[in-house]
Design a protein around this ligand. Sequence first.
Ligand SMILES: NC(=O)c1ccc[n+]([C@@H]2O[C@H](COP(=O)([O-])OP(=O)(O)OC[C@H]3O[C@@H](n4cnc5c(N)ncnc54)[C@H](O)[C@@H]3O)[C@@H](O)[C@H]2O)c1
Length: 475
Amino acid sequence: MSALQAWVEGEAGSSVKVGQDSRMAPRPEAKPAISVVGLGYVGAVSIACLSHLGFRMVGVDVAKDKVEAIAAGRSPIVEARLEELLAQGVEENLVEATEDLVGAVLTTDATFISVGTPTAADGSADLSYVREASRAIGQALAMKSSYHVVVLRCSVPPGTTLDVVAPEIEASSNKRLGEDFGVCFNPEFLREGVAVADFFDPPKTVIGASDRRAAEAVEAIYRAIDDKVIFTSIAAAEMVKYVDNVWHATKVAFGNEIGRLCKAMGIDSHDVMNIFVQDTKLNLSPYYLKPGFAFGGSCLPKEVRAVGHLADKLGVDLPLVHSLGETNRRHIEQALALLEPHRGKTIGFLGLTFKPGTDDLRESPTLELMAMLMACGETIRAFDPNLRFGPGLESQIAYVRHSAPHLADLAERLPEIATSDENELLAECDVLVVSHATDRFRRAVEARAPGTHVLDLARLWPEPPEDPSYEGIAW
Ligand SMILES: NC(=O)c1ccc[n+]([C@@H]2O[C@H](COP(=O)([O-])OP(=O)(O)OC[C@H]3O[C@@H](n4cnc5c(N)ncnc54)[C@H](O)[C@@H]3O)[C@@H](O)[C@H]2O)c1
């Protein structure tokens, strides 16, 4: 049993950690030793903080100055508390550093990779350092008999851990993933400047692992600072890191655009945003963030246009705000593209209003999609329990005509396209396009005739069915 395994089993199973040799009397097991490849902002912080938790750490870098700094207990970077923790680690013989990656892996149980992934000339992530480190780790594993966990901490395109790191290690070690070694992707969320504080109080800890043994080993390492580790697939863990940073960048760009606009109008942007951030029900919340269909309705498209127009009039350049209508249109076009293979079939829409629970048809993206299909000559039908038939429908249609003249044709034909009989639609249509996640439509989809294809625009179920006749727009 490796020290890593013993640590995991001891930590996970009981407070007593068994020794390496099970024939010997149980004795307190040392925590697994961890090597860290890449002693930049991420690696140096990991070394310092994990040593503070009692792990023996071996830092590795190709840069001699960083190795020398860490080995001497000096911080190679400016970062609050880092030097103090490194000095303490060296003092307690828990921190060492070397340029010898193979040697470091051989004397440790787990290896964290935190080398750089800079932007390559074509805009992609340059994975050459990741590849190089993985190959060297593999060379070490070729000489090692015990199980080893390799944890990728770099920000990388989804697929890197399993398609680059693991194969490089397998090729240079002749060892098998899941048997001789495991791989995990464990994104780093620290913010420079408060990196040590973030390490001990992380916003979240996410682990994507090749197998349970690897997952448990890494969870055990983090247990002292986070007992609510989020487990997911390796690809989702890789994606989470990218999504976080794109989101942060979006927030900064959004705040700054609002700031430029407010300044041009003599409004204090901080007054505005201080109020904005207090709304944790709709503004800073999961609301509006889960992929679904395009935005629509009587407010969002109109207000986005109005703010864009205001900015233009004031001579303020707001590319982010201006891009919103375009990205929304692309989403509708994506639905159209997903229906392309079903051309010539009868397409039935479940849900026409811009969201469930309202009869408001204004700027419903579903109507846009229907109009696009009609322009292509497709046969469409529609059912929405919120549509009022008879004279009521005429007033709803009048709204559409008024707010979207380009939908006039569709508005004209809506009385013949729309049916008040859901079953009639289900019987007639070869394809169902569902835009409201309601129980009624879930039941309708489940009851559809065999062979009826479904395009789900609303994520009807948390776990979408694994069925070739079902497709989601963005999942
Ligand atoms: N800096 C951050 O705030 C931060 C936060 C989260 C994630 N990340 C991600 O973590 C990764 C590391 O970021 P960083 O800012 O620490 O990078 P960095 O450039 O500061 O450090 C990378 C280190 O890796 C070393 N290195 C490169 N190849 C090596 C090899 N083969 N063997 C040993 N050492 C090698 C370099 O010499 C360098 O010291 C990147 O993927 C980055 O995107 C960074």
